[in-house]
Design a protein around this ligand. Structure first.
Ligand SMILES: [Fe+2]
Ligand SMILES: [Fe+2]
Length: 474
């Protein structure tokens, strides 16, 4: 159970470690300062129907109620320890997991934790203005739920930094509150977390694509031999599932509404579709292309000695490591990666250890493809002849073997000029953004009402009706 009587709710017996408790209580007001400055704009007095974890068990989400977001009980929740757990991969395979940081891996682990931690406040910053253009009270509540939980994920990483990394860790925890998404002088660490999230279609795409990168990174870290990291990430994953749900259903509802309007009015031409105040399918495809490609970059270089070291050292595993049937050491294994040679994309085998980023990216792509096919079903059910496709994985990439190349969504290697000629067909143009934002000029907050460009969800949150008052403005 989680102890909510303490200033910092936790299930790690924080009260027993006075020094740590004081350090975290010192960080807490700085965190609140960040939330007031960079959390959802003008939201501090709203009462929001939020879920709060009451335990880390699978049914621990039972508590829903109205909360002012600054009063949300951010805290430290780890999955319970399994005394028998061993390191499951790499050169330490079969040894007991580490309860303290092994000295030789200290700086590597710190970097991994800081990089993960940095994404959490970044997404809150990216989304902070969207409340002003929400399509419904239901959606407003959902974005706030995502935001408070990303704040909690920051707490999760900061706990590890404070507890296990001494003074360096405390300094890193302060820097996590100092960087700003998109800031020229002090940006967030990873590219996708410095891109703007200018509208709700971008928000849903972000939570579908980029929060899912979060899921895969957390899954890999949940395999870690450093047990506190593994246990932290396991609980974060239960929160992440809701974020991806918001993204998948959000895009799905936009597609559904567009298809309804196209059928009712018997129109197919994108400009006719736009004239009816919904988002045309080619624009949705372009947003998909953008968010997919910038998220693929987050997995890093296709061939990476860092990735090999993380694995060999037992710090970061593969997706579902313990379910895989091989030696979990990978010294002799190979894995295919692609690159451009002489104007053509070729695939060759490399040492599997060096290709672990690519492998995690491929696991991610499989899951993404399933989600896209569920969106496709909405279009097919409406009888509309339009296909949503995932672009080639080399399309619009900035990191890895395809960086600097010009790959079409079909996987053709193009000249820069040829690519530029088609760019506005493949990625959202400023005109597309302007159009999408023109639909979202104000917020829709009457209970049960939804903006014209999105269908209502199938059901409400926590079995509440769709016209439930999910947010009380005060
Ligand atoms: Fe997160
Ligand atoms: Fe998330």
């Amino acid at each position: 159970m989680i102890n909510y009587t303490e200033k910092i709710p936790n299930n790690v017996d924080l009260g027993r470690d006075r020094v740590l408790q004081r350090a975290l209580e010192h960080w807490q007001p700085a965190y609140m300062g960040w939330w007031y400055d960079m959390g959802p704009n003008e939201s501090h007095n709203y009462e929001v129907y939020l879920r709060t974890a009451i335990s880390v068990e699978p049914d621990g989400w039972a508590q829903f109620g109205y909360v002012k977001m600054p009063e949300y009980r951010w805290g430290i929740f780890l999955q319970p320890r399994d005394e028998k757990r061993e390191v499951n991969f790499g050169i330490h395979k079969g040894q007991p997991t580490w309860q303290e940081v092994p000295g030789e891996y200290r700086s590597t682990l710190r970097r991994v934790i800081v990089t993960q931690g940095d994404t959490e406040p970044a997404s809150v910053e990216q989304q902070r203005m969207l409340g002003a253009s929400c399509p419904s009270m239901y959606d407003l509540r959902n974005i706030f739920q995502v935001n408070v939980e990303e704040g909690r994920h920051l707490w999760a990483m900061v706990y590890l930094l404070h507890r296990y990394f001494g003074r360096d860790g405390r300094e890193e925890a302060e820097s996590l509150l100092a960087r700003r998404s998109g800031d020229a002088d002090n940006p967030r660490i990873l590219g996708a977390f410095n891109e703007p999230t200018p509208d709700w279609l971008a928000f849903y795409m972000f939570t579908f694509f980029t929060d899912r990168d979060g899921k895969f990174q957390l899954c890999a870290l949940a395999e870690s031999g450093f047990d506190p990291l593994a246990r932290t990430c396991r609980f974060m994953l239960t929160e992440e599932a809701h974020h991806m749900f918001v993204g998948e259903t959000g895009v799905g509802r936009i597609i559904q509404r567009t298809c309804e309007v196209m059928k009712e009015n018997k129109v197919e031409d994108p400009s006719d579709v736009r004239a009816l105040g919904v988002i045309d399918l080619p624009t949705i495809q372009k947003y998909l292309n953008f968010h997919y490609s910038v998220t693929l970059d987050l997995y890093g270089s296709d061939v990476s000695s860092n990735a090999a070291n993380y694995y060999t050292s037992g710090l970061k595993g593969r997706f579902r490591e313990t379910k895989l049937e091989d030696d979990h050491v990978l010294t002799d294994a190979e894995y295919p990666v692609s690159e451009v040679v002489g104007g053509k994309i070729v695939t060759k085998n490399v040492a599997a250890l060096t290709a672990l980023n690519e492998r995690l990216r491929d696991d991610y792509i499989d899951e993404i493809a399933d989600g896209v096919s569920r969106w496709q079903r909405v279009i097919d059910n409406a009888g509309i002849p339009f296909r949503l496709t995932l672009p080639h994985k080399g399309f619009h990439r900035d990191i890895g073997n395809f960086a600097g190349q010009h790959i079409s969504p079909d996987g053709e290697v193009l000249s820069e000029e040829a690519w530029k000629n088609h760019e506005s067909e493949w990625l959202p143009s400023s005109k597309d953004y302007t159009y999408v934002q023109s639909l979202m000029s104000g917020r829709v907050v009457e209970p049960g009402k939804f903006a014209n460009w999105i269908a209502p969800p199938a059901r409400g949150i926590n079995n509440q009706p769709l016209n439930f008052e999910y947010v009380r403005f005060n």
